[in-house]
Design a protein around this ligand. Structure first.
Ligand code: SF4
Length: 365
């Protein structure tokens, strides 16, 4: 059963220095054709299930004109939704307007996800972004006024020359906006980004860790629950769509560079707009056997503070976790904890989660 849909809108007004997402400059002559193609792909893959989550990401969906947004949301009326369906759209403050907010609301969108990243002028310059604080406050306040109760804001930290003080200032501003969800990203300099071409470096790992701890402490003090390595939410506002990924459940993904997981296949779409517009959607199809699926189950679920429920694993795979993975040594070392039927990485060890997950899957007793 597949009951989640991701839709990728690859257009952006500017290109951030750290970005390795599938994106391109906004091209008004192409957007309408792109949405037509999205419609064809949707009709091809979607099997009329009622969707419990829809997530429109990018790129920057909010950089589309109102006319293009109408075209996009009319297309998405093809899918069946329920009253409780979580319907998210990613927005950038520089392209969202009062009129676009109203349009999203009228089409049933009920969750907004904004990229703030930093308000430190030096950080903005480094990341290739620009924030207008008065506009941000106005947009958040108007969104609340017209009934958006569920708002995520993204924060980036650990970039060159950032200090604990500027990070604290970013967090304070972010908290003053009272979002229900906060996603935090420690900057990674990925290949082929403007930062990597400029030969920029990651910051010192001790400072990165200090920043991670500060974020976690301040957000928890402000009433947010740390529920995934990089994500915090007010109680009841965890991202349902992202939980589908972390619980290793099926989802459709349509659009340039998107990925899907259904029918025991992980499918990655092409990043070539020329191929995509010709209907040649797929770049790679990974056929998963039972062991592959179990490995994904671990990689994704252990990102959650709650961890993986042993009983759910048994129900899903008819095998006990301990029959498949040799993790007893990790328990002895205090890197995995067993609690109330769940296996999890203790919060203070999340910082080395990649190492722990790898040991969990491939390590020996
Ligand atoms: S980070 Fe977001 S807004 Fe910036 S270029 Fe990448 S997709 Fe576009």
């Amino acid at each position: 059963m597949t009951s989640s849909l991701y839709v990728h809108i690859p257009y952006c007004n500017t290109v951030c220095t750290y970005c390795d997402f599938c994106k391109m400059y906004y091209n008004p002559e192409q957007v309408s054709k792109y949405i037509d193609q999205l419609k064809k792909e949707l009709i091809e893959v979607y099997h009329q299930e009622k969707l419990k989550t829809i997530y429109i990401g990018g790129g920057t969906p909010s950089c589309l004109s109102e006319k293009e947004l109408h075209q996009l949301f009319s297309t998405l009326k093809l899918v069946k939704v329920e009253k409780e369906t979580e319907y998210t759209v990613e927005c950038n403050f520089d392209s969202i307007t009062i009129e676009k907010l109203e349009l999203l609301k009228n089409y049933g969108v009920n969750r907004l996800s904004f990229g703030l990243e930093t308000i430190n002028p030096k950080g903005e310059e480094y990341l290739g972004r620009k924030n207008d604080l008065e506009h941000i406050k106005k947009i958040i306040s108007y969104a609340g006024k017209i009934g958006f109760k569920n708002i995520n804001i993204d924060l980036i930290y650990a970039y060159q020359n950032e200090t604990i003080k500027t990070l604290e200032n970013d967090i304070d501003f972010l908290l003053s906006l009272e979002p229900t969800h906060i996603s935090t990203y420690s900057l990674i300099i990925e290949k082929n980004t403007k930062l990597s071409i400029r030969k920029e470096h990651q910051i010192d790992s001790d400072l990165d860790y200090e920043m991670y701890q500060l974020i976690s402490k301040k957000l928890k003090q402000a009433g947010y629950i740390h529920y995934e390595i990089s994500n915090f939410a007010k109680p009841g506002y965890e991202s349902k769509h992202n939980l589908v990924y972390w619980h290793n459940e099926n989802y459709y993904g349509i659009g340039l560079g998107s990925s899907s997981y259904h029918n025991n296949q992980r499918i990655t779409n092409t990043r070539s707009i020329t191929k995509y517009l010709k209907g040649m959607y797929h770049l790679e199809i990974e056929n998963l056997d039972e062991k592959d699926k179990m490995i994904y189950e671990i990689i994704l679920n252990l990102r959650l503070l709650k961890g993986i429920k042993k009983e759910d694993f048994l129900k899903k795979y008819q095998k006990k976790l301990e029959e498949v993975f040799l993790y007893q040594d990790l328990i002895k070392q205090g890197l995995i904890k067993e609690e109330n039927g769940y296996l999890k990485i203790p919060e203070e060890k999340l910082y080395i989660s990649n190492y722990i997950i790898e040991e969990f899957i491939y390590g020996k007793e």
